[in-house]
Write a protein that binds this ligand. Structure first.
Ligand code: PDD
Length: 281
């Protein structure tokens, strides 16, 4: 579908015709938030959690939520239904709206609401079988990474760094401790114990973060949320990424160093299977 229908401020319109004014604060200041929801077989996966995070993001930056939960679900459903693909990625963007250029919040502005969907692009069979490579880099982003902000320059530069190295992600470290990758959360396994950085202002709490907690509990895999040093990441038996598009993905090399045995490990396999089951239910 080359020109899918998208939702913009009250109506469905072909993507090619969807336009916003140049004074939209999303364009001028990156003043907005977004959400990415995977859809499998035309059903949103973890929609409650994604909408709860959308609402948290809006509250965090002081935008009044323009819709009730039921309205959001109905708007997303309209965009989703109009698309031909069964498995999709729904993108929701909300900005503070259009106003005369001035940094502080405008007195009156109506949030801009944009919803589009694309066919989902999941990791290739090769990436699944062999795992992927990443590079490490210093986390140079701001200190409110828990907000799913559309101001993504730090993440864009980290993703570009990975692309230039021909790898999947940049894994970021702040002051020697693991934070997250350009657009995914990062996990390690050592001696059968899974660990991820704590949910704080230094990372985005992925919807898969909570899901991995649930899957680990159900599979009796011990899981710790704690600060993780760079040395621990390189010495881990397994390293994994999680995000809506990557689901759970094994990392087998960082920089020039092999991780664990250099192939997707047993905890990854277990969690990947559990994830596929969760999707199917
Ligand atoms: N990215 N951390 C960052 C910085 C992210 O951008 C993402 C998701 C995650 C994982 O969150 P979740 O499990 O909810 O997908 C962690 C999405 C996919 C994106 O920006 O396209």
């Amino acid at each position: 579908m080359s020109d899918p229908l998208v939702y913009l401020n009250g109506s469905l319109t072909p993507l090619s015709e969807a336009k916003i004014p140049v004074l939209d604060r999303g364009f001028i200041f990156g003043d907005g938030i977004y959400e990415v929801i995977p859809v499998y077989q035309r059903k949103m996966f973890r929609s409650d959690q994604h909408l709860a995070r959308l609402f948290r993001s809006l509250t965090a930056i002081g935008i009044t939520n323009p819709h009730s939960k039921e309205e959001w679900l109905s708007l997303i459903d309209q965009v989703m239904t109009a698309h031909e693909a069964d498995d999709q990625m729904v993108y929701i963007q909300v900005t503070r709206g259009v106003a005369k250029r001035a940094h502080a919040f405008p007195k009156e502005a109506t949030p801009t609401v944009f919803i589009m969907t694309n066919p989902i692009v999941l990791p290739s069979a090769t990436a699944r079988e062999q795992g992927v490579a990443c590079v490490s880099m210093e986390d140079k982003r701001w200190l409110r990474c828990e907000i799913k902000s559309i101001s993504l320059l730090g993440n864009v530069l980290a993703a570009e760094n990975a692309a230039e190295h021909g790898v999947t992600e940049s894994i970021q470290f702040r002051d020697g401790y693991l934070t997250e990758a350009s657009s995914s959360n990062v996990w390690i396994v050592k001696n059968g114990v899974m660990a991820g950085p704590p949910k704080d202002n230094l990372i985005l709490e992925g919807i898969r973060y909570g899901l991995i907690q649930e899957l680990c509990a159900a599979q009796n895999i011990p899981l710790e949320a704690r600060r993780i040093t760079k040395e621990e990441v390189f010495a881990a038996d397994e390293v994994m990424l999680s995000s809506a598009t990557k689901e759970i993905l094994a990392v087998v090399r960082i920089d020039e160093q092999t991780i664990g045995k250099g192939k997707p490990g047993p905890i990854y396999q277990q969690l990947f299977q559990a994830y596929q089951q969760a999707k199917a239910t």
